[in-house]
Design a protein around this ligand. Structure first.
Ligand code: ATP
Length: 237
């Protein structure tokens, strides 16, 4: 398996202050990794460091992305939910970094944006104003946007927050399909342990003092899992 991102003896944190120590892990092509841990343990810090938005305190991160970059679905803010643009315009904004100073989108970009909306089952919403969409539809639009930026790795930070159970399930099914059918690697922060165990191939569990990284079956027999499963957050699985 070819690795897309590898971390070797990485300390994660801010301004010399270490939050996660000596992290060694790989994101391989086609992987599905769920990142779990208590509030404040460092999940978002890990994600931002993988994206290159935060510098590691020490250690080596190697990225081998071919062609396109990483598609990122951040936690949505209230302001973003009220964004006054059509769904298609929001998807097209996934090309902004490559568009640079060009004042228009190219025909190919518009075609690709529509293709992504079709792939996610919502082409008929392309002209609908983003803020009029349901939470689940908005997440699909943001997923289509992220897919414009990558065909290799999708990074998601708690994508089902605020969605009703039905919409959350649909989003999980979509992600699993993208992973299985298109070979897109998924790296997802999740508070949903039962979904993480069901859909992911590997688990990264971050704690203040240490971490677990490995297969779902190894995770099930780890003390990290027993701590999480016995804890009050998720109940018994
Ligand atoms: N920009 C920053 N500068 C300094 N410290 C930060 C910064 N962002 C987060 N932290 C601290 O880093 C620690 C880990 O935060 P992080 O947001 O990564 O946790 P998390 O596991 O994603 O939490 P949650 O589940 O609540 O989203 C926390 O103690 C937080 O206060």
């Amino acid at each position: 398996m070819t690795s897309i991102i590898s971390c070797s003896h990485v300390d994660l944190g801010y301004d010399g202050h270490v939050i996660v120590k000596d992290l060694n892990m790989e994101i391989e092509q086609g992987a599905y990794i769920s990142v779990i841990g208590q509030n404040g343990s460092g999940k978002s810090t890990f994600i931002k460091t993988m994206l290159g938005l935060v510098r590691p305190v020490s250690g080596k991160i190697r990225r081998s992305l071919s062609g396109k970059g990483i598609g990122y679905l951040p936690q949505q803010t209230e302001m973003q939910k009220n964004f006054p643009a059509t769904a298609l315009e929001v998807v097209l904004s996934g090309f902004l970094s490559r568009k640079q100073r060009r004042p228009f989108y190219m025909r190919k970009e518009k075609f690709t944006a529509m293709e992504q909306l079709k792939k996610l089952g919502i082409p008929e919403l392309s002209k609908t104003c983003y803020r009029e969409l349901s939470g689940g539809q908005q997440q699909r639009v943001l997923l289509a946007r992220a897919l414009c930026a990558t065909d290799q790795l999708l990074v998601l930070d708690e994508p089902v927050t605020g969605l009703d159970p039905g919409a959350a399930k649909e989003l999980y099914v979509l992600l699993k399909e993208l992973n299985k059918n298109e070979g897109i690697a998924i790296l997802m922060v999740s508070h949903d342990l039962s979904n993480a165990l069901k859909d992911a191939d590997e688990i990264l569990h971050i704690r203040h003092e240490d971490y677990f990284f490995g297969s779902v079956s190894d995770y099930r027999s780890s003390e990290h899992f027993h701590e999480m499963n016995g804890g009050a957050v998720h109940g018994t699985i």
